[in-house]
Design a binder for this molecule. Structure first.
Ligand code: OGA
Ligand code: MN
Length: 292
């Protein structure tokens, strides 16, 4: 099966065509996409206006789906037809524009900090698929940074220092950074922090990668201050312009990324305009391998 691939960046990311994601995929198509993901880490499919049902079916071809932070708000009103579709929008459940100070908008803004989806939980996320439904007139692009290129470019001393180190990731850290601190003790405990090695081997390509992002709040065995400073330096390193693919959205785009080998962030936009995307995400069920 041929999946047509056109690189979008010197290091990673490709536009994938010659496939209709609205149809149930053949096993050979699923493996062609998996192979392309192992190589490129970000695939852009244009003109694929999937229905919600089609998006869930497409996502389920790659494994069980993750609900992300929705488990904190169990039973809360949801605008989409499936629990497993994550509403990446500034729209309230009743269809009106969400209030600027609402948790919904805070969560949109939290997505503007560099992160890997669900890195705050076990299992974390493998693939995310984000489909654009309504876009603002400007802004609201999404950027992706290549964590394998970031590892390759680490100076030897830093590579040596992070070998064997683990970072602790916590679900509410990004929210707390943005001033959204009003959580019950029960909510704070719903998703306990998890630890991931800073230097990991990407299972599909065998390449080492630097696993950082905003959910990481400390380095195990370091003082809080020293750990946060190192995390912030590593994140700055990983997100240098030459490691970043910038995606300008068109309605009907579906962008699929590997959360193990990339981090991403949304860009600012005018919150009085609607921006509606739908995300489906699969769980990363493979054991995480540390760089020896
Ligand atoms: C996401 C995300 C960024 C954006 O859907 O996981 O982080 O640009 N989105 O909306
Ligand atoms: Mn995200």
């Amino acid at each position: 099966m041929s999946l047509e691939l056109r690189p979008l960046h010197p290091l990673f990311a490709a536009e994938a065509s010659d496939i209709d994601l609205r149809q149930a995929l053949e096993p050979s198509q699923v493996s062609a996409i998996e192979r392309a993901m192992d190589e490129y880490a970000v695939l852009v499919f244009r003109n694929q206006a999937l229905s919600q049902t089609e998006q869930v079916r497409f996502a389920e071809s790659f494994g069980p789906l993750d609900l992300g932070l929705r488990k904190l708000h169990g039973g809360a009103a949801h605008r989409l037809d499936y629990e497993a579709l994550i509403d990446i929008s500034n729209v309230a459940p009743d269809g009106s524009l969400a209030q600027r100070d609402s948790r919904k908008v805070v969560s949109n803004i939290a997505n503007q900090l560099w992160h890997s989806d669900s890195s705050f939980q076990q299992p974390k996320a493998q693939y995310s698929m984000l489909s654009a439904v309504v876009l603002p007139s400007k802004g609201g692009e999404t950027e992706f940074a290549d964590l394998r290129a970031a590892y390759d470019a680490l100076p030897d001393d830093l590579r040596g220092e992070i070998a064997g180190l683990e970072a602790e990731h916590y679900a509410l850290h990004s929210r707390i950074l943005l001033g959204d601190t009003n959580y019950t003790a029960e909510q704070m405990a719903t998703i306990p922090p998890v630890r991931w090695p800073l230097a990991q081997i990407h299972p599909g390509s065998g390449r080492p990668l630097l696993f950082v992002g905003v959910h990481a709040r400390e380095i195990v065995g370091y003082s809080l201050a020293e750990g946060r400073m190192l995390l912030s330096d590593l994140l700055e390193h990983a997100t240098q312009r030459e490691f970043v693919y910038h995606h300008g959205w068109q309605v009907g785009d579906l962008v699929m990324w590997d959360n193990r080998s990339t981090i991403h962030r949304g860009r600012r936009y005018d919150l009085t305009e609607r921006r509606e995307l739908r995300r489906s995400t699969t769980e990363d069920l493979l054991p995480v391998r540390m760089v020896a």
